[in-house]
Design a protein. Structure first.
Length: 325
């Protein structure tokens, strides 16, 4: 009888301690939800800031390609914020979704590829960027189509443009450019993630970078260089995307292949390789377009990382509870 009583007493003490230990440590589900909330808020804030900062540049690039005129033409910068205020939420989502997907995938897909499948570092990083890019393309293409339609004429808001597109072509205008957008964002995202990681790892080891200031500067440089390289690689798909968006809602947009074939046929008129290179550089806005993406991605990445760090610092700690005796 005494032995049985001791066992029961021991059991009653152990179970509350075990239960209390679990209470002091949030579940993996809770941690995942907190991480997503931080990433989502950081992404929206980053998207809003970048949309406001770079909208004039984006609009001028689009109009220069559509009208085939120099980027710095005065006409490209008329009404630089046309339709911006009516669609701030959409623009915030548009500009932040890549960073949200990127951060989530680095916490879930990347460890799985490296530890479970034992995939090499560059391939794993490329996969993260490609999946983040395709996710961004699928979720934002329709918004981008409306945004570009808004830029086509003056005195046109986001919602009036959407109604006009529905009236003219039903739902088809909202899905045009999807293939080109996905191809562009997969090529860009994969290249960007892979190169920036390789550059940072290589340069930080070579220079022995340790303090946070040097790390921040090195990350900024690596992000900008990687974004520039990724822009050049994904440039043909971006050109096709812009030409498809420029197609009126009631017309069928040309395929990506048709756009690029037409571009190549135009280039045949230039005899020397140097002249051909200048033609492609001008038509695909490699200079101004590359600079826009390089600067925009670097500023956005820096701001997003800063926001996530600050929000994680503000996360409330779990209250400690004394064991129940």
């Amino acid at each position: 009888m005494q032995q049985r009583t001791e066992n029961i007493s021991s059991t009653n003490i152990t179970k509350p301690n075990e239960s209390n230990t679990l209470e002091n440590h949030p579940s993996a589900k809770q941690e995942t939800q907190k991480s997503f909330n931080v990433n989502f808020v950081s992404g929206l804030v980053t998207g809003s800031a970048c949309a406001g900062l770079f909208n004039p540049w984006d609009r001028a690039l689009y109009l220069s390609i559509k009208e085939n005129r120099p980027f710095l033409s005065k006409e490209n910068f008329t009404a630089p914020y046309q339709g911006f205020s009516q669609a701030l939420i959409q623009r915030a989502f548009l500009g932040g979704i890549y960073y949200i997907a990127q951060s989530q995938l680095n916490q879930s897909l990347y460890p799985y590829l490296r530890k479970q499948l034992e995939i090499s570092e560059p391939v794993a990083q490329f996969a993260v960027g490609a999946v983040a890019g395709s996710t961004s393309a699928c979720l934002t293409n329709s918004i981008s189509a409306v945004k570009f339609h808004t830029w086509g004429q003056t005195n046109r808001s986001f919602f009036s443009s959407a109604r006009e597109m529905v009236t003219a072509g039903g739902l088809k205008p909202f899905v045009k450019g999807t293939g080109a957008t996905m191809s562009r964002d997969i090529a860009f995202g994969g290249t960007y993630e892979m190169i920036r990681k390789m550059l940072y790892d290589g340069l930080s080891k070579e220079n022995g970078t340790t303090n946070s200031k040097d790390n921040s500067q090195l990350k900024f440089i690596c992000n900008m260089a990687s974004a520039g390289a990724a822009t050049v690689i994904s440039g043909p798909f971006n050109f096709a995307r812009n030409m498809q968006y420029a197609t009126p809602p009631h017309q069928k947009p040309p395929s990506t292949f048709a756009v690029l074939r037409s571009l190549w046929n135009e280039a045949k008129a230039y005899e020397t390789p140097l002249n051909k290179a200048r033609f492609f550089q001008n038509r695909m806005r490699v200079g101004w377009g590359t600079a826009r993406v390089a600067v925009g991605m670097t500023v956005g990445q820096t701001f997003f990382d800063y926001m996530t760090d600050k929000l994680n610092e503000f996360q409330p700690s779990e209250p400690s509870k004394k064991p129940v005796r």
